[in-house]
Design a protein around this ligand. Structure first.
Ligand SMILES: [Zn+2]
Length: 639
């Protein structure tokens, strides 16, 4: 089968209401307000290398670490998000702000190409001494992604030139050659950024260095992080404790091809696997591909929240043991779900398999989007699946990684909808898009019209410039039973899918159209009994959306008092009054009554009253009155 490649996001116009609204919010509010915050907290000023540097805003921890070491990455991510925004709508003010940041970065760059504002401004003699903790290459990676995006959108290459000079310095410093250090970053990121630069320029040196980084990770004895520590601090008791006393935290405990369990910091892991999948495709490296597949299965079978949240623990911002998926204390960092989308997209292009598209969609509509408020200016860093009402969205965060991860995702979301190959086009997501693509040397206008995810009633118009034979592949989500497809009114057998995609091969002509019907009745989901936190509980889902109960829709006390009878009918309710129009779920329920329960304990159970419950999509929670929330609803056996 031909290999599919994503259609770049500027070629995909978002026309459906769902994404159009979110994109407008990100362009109008999120990107400008993020710049304001970057200025307010001193991140933009840090690029100017003030001399003397101001006191630290975030003092060092006992292990010497401060979040200020990765401020450059926040600038890079904002430039990336703002560049994607410019592709939708040119904005002189945003462009001037990007140019001003590039001015500062260009001025800050050392004569030898080195560019890290923390070290240049505060510890110039300590560069490259702590790759394990201090994110130097991670920062470079995010700046590089920003430079690539800005060049792609504007054609201006000044920032790209700055970054290429920096990369030449990095390539001279690190590697397996004589006199070079065999290092790699504790926080993966630069690997996937280098792959973007390689795709842009075709220059082999970028692919080679990404390959070096992937091959070197966890591959040395002694470990590079121990070598640099020895050089930095000598031996003995005076050495500073590791931020994390194991190599699993940074997925450097063994060579990546031998890794078969998803471990450590969740965002680091996802960025690493994204780059591994990129490289596996580019190098036709079956060993790397196999490692990606094994790791994918491990996370899907034992470690992912029903919302596609990843990493239950705040302690290591990451993974613990199989089936450890606590709800109220779930970390499930927004960045991790965003990065899962990156990885799923790369896997989809290694193998056009709907199982990757399913997770891409799940993470998009749930674990990632939940990180951004409806007003576009408040955020979740952690995305719990249950709340007593305490957590509220943040205006900003001491570590604002998630804020710009979600804005860059939404501003470039078009790239996840469809892919092309020389002989066809594949639809992965639905939601109302238009795109002109080239298939078999023919310009083809595609228009997908729907109100997805609220409805699975989808029309796809296929208009080739001249009649041409090619495949149109439609992802039939695994949650969908009984999909129906018709071409120009003629039914097509929709049960004949291959790896989750239905292929329609024909000679397409102007005016052809496909009707795709994806029924999405509400469903109950149950967790593996190993997930003890979800025992006796049920989650509600409709189509790609996971639902939750919020106190504001279910007044009368904490929503945890409600129980959903197993036999209760789940009803779909259109709510034009809520969030400019959503689909809510309703059901009869029972509610524990505490009004006559005077003691802490008693020998008779609490009364249970008949009640109703209303569920809304999880990604929309915490946008109204503060209150309790639950995804996994206690289940009553009988009504
Ligand atoms: Zn984050």
């Amino acid at each position: 089968m031909s290999r599919y490649a994503p259609v770049p996001f500027p070629q995909v116009k978002l026309e459906g209401q769902f994404w159009h609204e979110r994109l407008d919010t990100v362009l109008d509010r999120t990107v400008p307000s993020q710049h304001k915050k970057l200025a307010e907290v001193g991140i933009l000023d840090s690029l100017k290398l003030p001399n003397p540097p101001p006191p630290l805003r975030f003092p060092r921890h006992s292990n010497g670490f401060t979040v200020q070491v990765f401020w450059d990455s926040d600038v890079g991510k904002w430039i990336e998000a703002a560049s994607y925004a410019l592709a939708h709508r040119r904005d002189a003010d945003i462009e001037a702000k990007i140019e001003a940041a590039i001015d500062d970065l260009e001025k800050a760059q050392a004569p030898d190409g080195y560019l890290n504002c923390w070290y240049l401004g505060r510890e110039p003699d300590k560069r490259w001494t702590n790759l394990r903790d201090n994110h130097e290459m991670y920062n470079a990676g995010h700046l590089l992604e920003g430079a690539v995006a800005y060049f792609q959108v504007t054609g201006r290459r000044r920032f790209l030139d700055v970054m290429e000079r920096y990369l030449d310095h990095i390539y001279a410093t690190f590697g397996t050659g004589p006199g070079q250090r065999r290092g790699y970053d504790g926080h993966e990121e630069i690997e996937l950024a280098l792959m973007k630069l390689y795709y842009l320029t075709g220059e082999r040196k970028h692919l080679d260095f990404a390959t070096y980084m992937i091959n070197e990770r966890g591959n040395q004895k002694p470990h590079y992080f121990d070598i640099e520590r020895e050089q930095r601090e000598g031996g003995g008791d005076k050495r500073q404790p590791y931020v994390f006393p194991n190599y699993e935290y940074s997925q450097s405990h063994k060579p990546v091809r031998e890794q078969d369990k998803v471990v450590g910091h969740a965002v680091r892991a996802m960025y690493l696997y994204t780059a591994m999948a990129d490289l596996a495709a580019e190098l036709n490296d079956d060993g790397l591909k196999r490692a990606c597949e094994v790791l994918w299965d491990d996370v899907m079978e034992t470690k992912m929240y029903v919302t596609a949240g990843l990493g239950p623990s705040a302690h290591n911002e990451g993974f613990t043991h199989d089936f450890d998926l606590p709800n109220q204390t779930a970390y499930a960092e927004t960045c991790a779900s965003v990065a899962l989308i990156f990885w799923a997209q790369r896997m989809l292009h290694l193998d056009l398999d709907g199982k990757y598209g399913d997770i891409l969609e799940l993470a998009m509509f749930n674990g990632a989007l939940s990180g951004l408020s409806r007003d576009g200016e408040h955020y979740f860093y952690a995305n719990p699946l249950e709340s007593d009402g305490t957590p509220t969205r943040w205006e900003w965060h001491t570590c604002p990684c998630c804020t710009m991860n979600v804005s860059r995702l939404v501003a470039s979301v078009g790239q996840y909808f469809l892919s092309t190959a020389p002989d066809g086009v594949a639809f992965h997501l639905y939601g109302g898009i238009a795109s002109d693509v080239e298939i078999a040397g023919n310009r083809v206008s595609l228009r997908e019209v729907s109100t997805y995810p609220w409805s699975g009633d989808i029309a796809i118009h296929v208009d080739p410039e001249t009649p041409a034979a090619f495949d149109v592949k439609l992802r039939i989500p695994s949650w969908c039973k009984g999909a129906k497809v018709a071409v120009n009114g003629q039914a097509v057998d929709a049960s004949e899918t291959e790896n989750g995609y239905l292929t329609i091969h024909r000679t397409w002509q102007k005016g052809d159209s496909i009707a795709l019907d994806l029924p999405m009745p509400p469903e109950r989901l149950y967790a593996h009994p190993g997930v003890i936190m979800d025992a006796g509980r049920v989650a509600l889902k409709r189509g790609p959306l996971v639902y939750c109960l919020e106190e504001v829709d279910n007044p009368g006390g904490r929503v945890q008092r409600l129980k959903l009878p197993r036999s209760a009918e789940l009803r779909v309710e259109n709510r034009p009054d809520l969030f400019d129009g959503i689909v809510a779920l309703k059901a009869e329920a029972t509610a524990l009554d505490e009004s006559d329960f005077q003691q802490l304990y008693r020998t008779t159970p609490p009364r249970e009253n008949t009640s109703n419950l209303t569920a809304i999509p999880y990604f929309l929670w915490a946008n109204r009155a503060q209150g309790s929330m639950v995804v996994w609803v206690p289940e009553a056996r009988e009504c």
